[in-house]
Design a protein. Structure first.
Length: 292
């Protein structure tokens, strides 16, 4: 009996030891769960919004390691890095042409304002704030330009949209960094009309270039003709001056009259001399006889 009693007592001790260790293990697990439930991290480029029984703490939590009350508090994380939102908008131009605009907006949540954004619109602020605001601004802006101006004044259209988005979204704690118009699309009829106009303008430009070429060629031909004319005039004037100089020199010579008659003789003898003696003795041959 004593041996049996001792064995029973020993088993009870072991059972109590196992039970105590089991409870310690359970409490350790609970402690570990509570510990890891109490700590959380906010990554760089994020902000945390702390909720206590779903009540928003209006102080934004920055990046790093933080603690919260397990099962009582929870954290909602907001991305405050630059994000890209792409959307399409259909609207009417000033001249009532239907235009489809594809727009890309680079934006980010203003640092420190995530609790306010969460309390007003929750985490889906892109769908509730940015999307309707972009649609409104695009429609209002395109209505101030004609369809042709939307093409020819695209940078001005982009700046007008950007300025309005910056102003309106800043009121919702969203900072707009850049806006890009990636595409404008019009009705098939308008596209055909634009293509026809561009073709006509190209043909007119080509005709203008041809006309300019003809005008330049005419000017060159005129200049060349004037140059030839001036050259001939200069040559004639030179000959006249040369002859005048020769005549001036010969006028001082006794044989000047004889030289003058020689240079002006046309090669034919006069038919009738009138009995006068020729003033130049020219040898002649007629029927094989020499006459003087």
């Amino acid at each position: 009996m004593p041996a049996y009693g001792q064995g029973k007592e020993e088993r009870e001790k072991q059972f109590k030891k196992i039970k105590r260790m089991s409870w310690m293990g359970i409490w350790s697990v609970i402690a570990i769960i509570l510990f890891f439930s109490a700590i959380y991290t906010v990554q760089s480029g994020q902000e945390g919004v702390l909720l206590t029984f779903n009540r928003v703490n209006m102080v934004a939590i920055g990046d790093g390691l933080h603690f919260k009350a397990p099962f009582v508090q929870k954290v909602v994380k907001f991305d405050i890095k630059t994000q890209k939102y792409v959307t399409g908008a259909s609207s009417a131009s000033q001249d009532l042409q239907i235009v489809s605009t594809e727009l890309a907006v680079n934006y980010k949540v203003i640092q420190g304002t995530s609790p306010e954004i969460f309390s007003l619109v929750g985490v889906s602020y892109e769908d509730r704030v940015i999307q309707p605001m972009v649609q409104e601004v695009v429609k209002a802006t395109t209505a101030t330009f004609t369809a042709e101006e939307l093409i020819t004044k695209r940078p001005a259209v982009k700046e007008a949209i950007k300025e309005q988005l910056i102003e309106k979204l800043a009121e919702r704690n969203v900072l707009v960094e850049e806006v890009s118009i990636t595409d404008f699309d019009f009705s098939p009829e308008f596209n055909a009309a634009i293509e026809a106009k561009v073709t006509a303008e190209q043909k007119a430009l080509e005709a203008e270039r041809v006309l300019d070429r003809i005008r330049i060629e005419a000017q060159q031909a005129e200049a060349q003709a004037i140059g030839v004319k001036n050259a001939r005039i200069a040559e004639a004037e030179g000959d006249a001056q040369k002859i005048a100089l020769i005549e001036k020199q010969l006028s001082k010579s006794p044989k000047y009259i004889e030289w003058l008659a020689t240079t002006r003789w046309n090669g034919e003898l006069p038919k009738v001399t009138g009995g006068a003696i020729p003033f130049v003795n020219i040898p002649m041959e007629e029927d094989g006889l020499a006459t003087s």
